[in-house]
Design a protein around this ligand. Structure first.
Ligand code: DX5
Ligand code: ZN
Length: 228
């Protein structure tokens, strides 16, 4: 995969119809999604429960493009191989998930997958300073993880800008996740984010029977981000 910083939209299927993931995934990709973002939650690291490896394995045949698996779980190392075998193209772990994020990233790369590290809103950007050479993506949470539809946390804009400075010309994506819509997209893009996760802002008002609404929502977010 050659690296570029053009804006990518990664809809989170956390906001999709939980009774129809296959069709929902095909619909968002047909309507312009660049990545498919899968939010894995364990009810321990975050106060919600979502997808185990069998569910991700079931999603895989419906994802034509890049399946981006965000592990909001702790401990995380024990599950990396299972999500890799389930078909994740990238596995993102939280820097807060345990004492050895450097080893976690080595394990993700060792499993042959792209590696991401995620930062919760309260975690300073310095936490990833010695991890950058093991990363393909740094994910800046712009909400406290656990649920879709939350309010964007504006203090994270400064963190994105500082991270952009730290990364320099390394081929590392800056991904943001939480409260991203056509209003907040330009704020994060201007600060240096290039991969925008959006759940409610993509799925709102649409359905698998009205996928064009997903397409309009994706375009609105992309165009707002590109306009800066
Ligand atoms: C963690 C999840 C959510 C989700 C995005 O809470 O990662 O942030 O992807 O949800 P929206 O786009 O609805 O804020
Ligand atoms: Zn996520």
């Amino acid at each position: 995969m050659n690296f570029d910083r053009r804006i990518k939209i990664a809809p989170s299927i956390l906001s999709a119809d939980f009774a129809d993931f296959g069709r929902e995934i095909r619909a968002i990709e047909a309507e312009g999604a660049d990545w498919v973002h899968v939010d894995v939650m364990d009810g321990h690291f975050v106060p919600n429960l979502t997808f185990g490896p069998p569910a991700v394995k079931a999603f895989r045949p419906h994802v034509r493009g890049f399946m981006d698996v965000h592990l909001m779980i702790a401990p995380v190392d024990a599950y990396i191989d299972a999500y890799a075998e389930a078909g994740a193209d990238m596995i993102t772990a939280h820097v807060e998930a345990g004492p050895h994020p450097h080893r976690t990233l080595q394990a993700i790369r060792g499993a042959g997958k792209k590696a991401g590290i995620a930062l919760n809103p309260g975690t300073p950007v310095e936490a990833v300073e010695y991890l950058l050479d093991l990363c393909d993506t740094v994910l800046v949470m712009t909400v406290n993880p656990g649920f879709g539809g939350q309010k964007f946390i504006h203090s994270q804009i400064d963190k994105i800008a500082r991270l952009r400075g730290m990364i320099g010309d390394r081929p590392i994506h800056i991904q943001v996740d939480g409260g991203i819509d056509a209003k907040t997209a330009p704020l994060v893009a201007k600060a240096g984010a290039d991969v925008l996760v959006a759940g409610s802002a993509v799925f709102k008002g649409g359905s698998v029977d009205q996928p064009a609404i997903y397409g309009g929502n994706i375009r609105a977010i992309r165009e707002a981000a590109q306009a800066v």
